[in-house]
Design a protein around this ligand. Structure first.
Ligand SMILES: [Zn+2]
Length: 509
């Protein structure tokens, strides 16, 4: 036998008992219905709450009986009644003595139902040898919470006779309701808010019918609550709630997020890392470039410097991939150089050249970036370096976009790298200048076709004038070439340092 009021409370129904007439009401359903049960009458009536129309009659196999002013039904009959009326499964399990009920959703397996458990403290029998506990015989005297890595154990210590109790498993908000049939407690003392664990708060409430309900608020946002079990510790007169949760979800989420960020950063670092440097020795093959007073070929000086520069980079930074547009004396079209650079995923493009001028006194090194020229001299250098395209078979087709107006456009396209290119040029200029050979003449910009294609920070270094007899003598010196290469390397080194620092800083933001 089960008392229908306890069951109604567990199923979150409201009810009122009027001397053998029990009216149960769907409290949270709109419009909902009421179900009226009378003692000694095996017909219960279901009435629609808004229209008061009789919806149906549920016939009970047994007449409800009144025991100590409560209405009782055999447990299987009670389950059947609630199942039919509420249209959701309420099932009694004979072996465990528990009732499982879907609190929302309609049937087993349909939507995510919440499971309510009503457990009998004592075995009731139809014969009527059941003696309900005396009124207020149970006093909940204290609550203890024991935090565990995987949950918490909440013990309600009690004095007096045992009482019936029921447990509603966590709802969507994480509330667990523990109800005692006839019990009391010091409401103020036992109302507690906890912090830093799966249990947030415990709030007792004295119910009008003499029952006592504890609302246990669980933190189901931070913790994945896997089970809530109830245990009656008869020996110590305690009611024990076991809350099990998986590890701290927030902590796990935080770690996941950190890992994600680390992954993104490492991917970005990979993307921005100066891990590939493209070295371009000017001219080559049939194109000797400038020819010095004493017959020195620009293409040879450039190749030696590039070779040494590549060696410095590889020695110092084994992790950096050095790509050469040419490693020997061969002709490579200008557009092809940019294509090689782009294909290799280069992050820097350094083109090495020697200058020449009708003015035999002209001397010094210059570092160029792509852009509209600002002086006739810069234009002349670019014109000379570009002139090689006439030796290329289909130059008109290949460079048709390259005009003065287009240059402005394409230098704007290169704008993403303009700042970096300028910084690189400045960094290179300083140490190159220090190599006493040269009288550095500054960072300039002009329309170098070779700088047109590469999608990366790109500079063109004019290491000195082959048209100047003294500079030519020095530039053909293998040691001087090596020193110049080292000067460029120092520039790249300081550029790399600043570049990676600022990239990391911007990624950290
Ligand atoms: Zn050149």
């Amino acid at each position: 036998m089960i008392d229908l009021e306890s069951m109604a409370r567990a199923l979150r129904l409201s009810f009122h008992n009027d001397h053998g007439l029990l009216v149960l009401e769907e409290a949270f359903v709109v419009p909902g219905s009421t179900c009226t049960i009378m003692i000694n009458n095996n017909f219960s009536r279901v009435i629609s709450k808004n229209s008061e129309n009789l919806k149906r009659i549920i016939q009970l196999q047994v007449e409800p009986s009144l025991i100590h002013s409560r209405i009782y039904l055999p447990v299987n009959q009670a389950c059947r009644l609630f199942t039919i009326w509420l249209d959701r499964e309420v099932v009694y399990n004979y072996s465990t003595g528990m009732i499982n009920a879907w609190l929302s959703g309609k049937r087993f397996g349909e939507s995510v139902g919440l499971i309510g458990v009503v457990k009998h403290e004592e075995q009731l029998s139809v014969q009527g040898n059941f003696k309900p506990a005396e009124d207020s015989s149970t006093v909940i005297t204290g609550i203890e919470i024991e935090k565990r890595a995987n949950g918490a154990i909440i013990s309600f210590s009690a004095s007096g006779n045992p009482t019936q109790f029921s447990l509603l498993k966590p709802d969507a908000e994480g509330y667990v309701y523990l109800s005692f049939e006839k019990a009391s407690c010091d409401i103020n003392t036992l109302s507690t808010i906890y912090s830093g664990g799966v249990v947030k708060a415990i709030t007792p409430k004295q119910l009008a019918d003499g029952g006592l309900q504890f609302a246990v608020a669980l933190d189901n946002k931070s913790f994945a609550i896997t089970s809530v079990e109830f245990h009656r510790d008869e020996k110590n007169n305690r009611y024990v709630l076991y809350v099990r949760s998986n590890a701290d979800v927030q902590e796990i989420r935080k770690k996941e997020k950190e890992q994600q960020i680390a992954k993104v950063i490492s991917r970005d670092v990979e993307k921005w890392k100066l891990n590939t440097i493209v070295l371009d020795a000017g001219h080559g093959g049939k194109d000797p470039g400038a020819i010095g007073f004493n017959g020195t070929h620009e293409k040879d000086v450039a190749l030696n410097i590039v070779h040494d520069l590549g060696t410095f980079i590889t020695q110092k930074w084994p992790d950096v991939n050095v790509v050469y547009t040419r490693k020997d004396d061969r002709f490579i079209p200008l557009h092809e150089r940019g294509r090689i650079a782009n294909q290799s995923g280069g992050k820097l493009f350094i083109s090495v050249h020697c200058n020449a001028s009708p003015n035999r006194n002209a001397r010094g090194s210059e570092v160029y970036i792509l852009g509209p020229h600002k002086s006739k001299a810069a234009l002349d250098v670019a014109m000379f370096e570009n002139s090689v395209i006439r030796q290329e078979a289909d130059f008109q087709e290949q460079y048709k976009g390259f005009s003065e107006e287009h240059l402005i456009m394409s230098s704007m396209a290169q704008n993403a790298f303009a700042k970096q290119s300028t910084a690189l040029a400045q960094d290179i200029l300083k140490p190159v200048e220090r190599q006493a050979v040269n009288n550095a003449r500054g960072v300039r910009q002009a329309g170098f076709m070779v700088l047109w294609t590469p999608s990366m920070a790109s500079v063109l270094v004019e290491v000195g004038y082959l048209s100047n007899a003294e500079e030519e003598r020095m530039l053909r010196d293998r040691q001087v070439q090596s020193k110049i290469a080292y000067g460029i390397f120092q520039g790249v080194q300081s550029y790399r340092k600043n570049y990676e620092t600022s990239c990391m800083a911007s990624l950290a933001e």
